[in-house]
Design a protein around this ligand. Structure first.
Ligand SMILES: [Cu+2]
Length: 135
């Protein structure tokens, strides 16, 4: 097992436990409130994409299941911190650093699991997420 593969395996194990954490749930509730303040509507009102919020070193939700062909929009609702989105399979280049109120979108065509991370914070803050694409 190469070091990179080992790291991937470790992240796969860590992600579900982190998502179930009560702190993460509280952070995600706050993130949604931030979104509503910023954009004047709930994130669920976005019809053309599934929204993942980036807040306090968490992706909200950390795990998301979508149908193939779905566009996912990552929105930074932090106050000062910038984040990025990097798919671990390398099929897309890392996004630009997203500053508060900025977003990036990616469309998922291929069924399977896509682990991703925030370039600046995955290692120190465990800022990682997963998209499951269903056929
Ligand atoms: Cu980050």
């Amino acid at each position: 097992m190469t070091p990179h593969r080992l790291l991937s395996a470790l992240l796969l194990v860590a992600a579900p436990a982190f998502a179930a954490d009560d702190d993460a749930a509280a952070i995600c509730t706050e993130a949604e409130e931030r979104y509503a303040e910023m954009f004047g509507q709930p994130s669920s009102a976005v019809g053309e994409a599934e929204v993942v919020l980036m807040y306090k070193y968490n992706f909200c939700p950390a795990e998301l299941t979508v149908q193939a062909g779905t566009t996912v929009r990552w929105v930074n609702v932090d106050k000062r911190t910038s984040h990025s989105v990097l798919l671990k399979d390398g099929s897309e280049p890392e996004s630009d650093r997203l500053f508060p109120e900025e977003f990036v979108e990616m469309t998922f065509l291929t069924p399977g699991q896509q682990n991703y991370l925030c370039g600046p914070h995955w290692e120190t803050q465990n800022m990682i997420g997963m998209i499951t694409v269903e056929p």
